[in-house]
Design a protein around this ligand. Structure first.
Ligand SMILES: C[S@@+](CC[C@H](N)C(=O)[O-])C[C@H]1O[C@@H](n2cnc3c(N)ncnc32)[C@H](O)[C@@H]1O
Length: 204
């Protein structure tokens, strides 16, 4: 696992602190836009790996949701906030043992997780995802990215991220192309607070 583990990063991963930071950084609104643009139907089956406090449930109604995260505080928070018999939360690493218990999904959400994983971990998760995708399933990803001539503040913030595997476009695409035939990607540079996002929609 490639995550910085110090007092500061432990503090900012507290679900309450994390949510405030994400609001200030516009991460919350950015992810809300992605969800609203893609997930419009009801009763979809959605898998969210690295779900954190599962904030996407604020914008998705009537779905069957499975959230995985290794952070106990985030999972406890999500279980309390989104108590619903159609939502399941797991404080576990997403691995081979898990997929035998899962249905096939319409959407798999990988928001903010690829940059926490090394290449082997990404390949392993994507291989597992492919086994539980319905025919038209889409994988939605979102991560910080390093680009040329990046705003200095954006670059600084991204380099200090808890995830230690922030990549450039070539590196993210190299990983995804090993697994998916269709990859639509966007690089979005936000002005305030300066930050650069890499977001994709992948299909088998
Ligand atoms: C940047 S946060 C993103 C949280 C949430 N997806 C969001 O968009 O707000 C990354 C999350 O990935 C989780 N994580 C890191 N490695 C993981 C792994 N191997 N399996 C599951 N979750 C993981 C971390 O605990 C953290 O909550």
């Amino acid at each position: 696992m490639a995550q910085r583990k110090n007092i500061f990063h432990n503090f900012i991963n507290n679900p309450f602190v994390y949510k405030i930071i994400q609001k200030i950084m516009s991460g919350t609104s950015f992810r809300r836009k992605i969800i609203k643009n893609h997930i419009r139907k009801k009763n979809l089956k959605i898998l969210d790996i690295g779900c954190g406090p599962a904030e996407i449930l604020d914008y998705i109604q009537d779905c069957e949701y499975y959230g995985y995260d290794i952070d106990k505080r985030s999972i406890e928070y999500a279980k309390k906030k989104y108590f619903n018999k159609r939502y399941r939360f797991f404080c576990k690493i997403f691995n081979k043992k898990e997929i035998s218990k899962l249905p096939k999904f319409d959407y798999i959400i990988l928001f903010g997780i690829l940059h926490h994983l090394n290449n082997d971990e990404v390949n392993s998760i994507l291989n597992l995802c492919k086994k539980i995708m319905k025919k038209n399933c889409k994988i939605l990803t979102e991560d910080p990215i390093l680009i040329k001539n990046q705003n200095t503040i954006a670059k600084f913030l991204i380099q200090k991220d808890r995830g230690m595997n922030v990549r450039n476009k070539k590196e993210y695409l190299f990983l995804l192309k090993n697994h998916f035939k269709i990859i639509n990607y966007k690089i979005v540079s936000q002005l305030f607070i300066p930050y650069t996002w890499f977001t994709t929609v992948c299909k088998k």
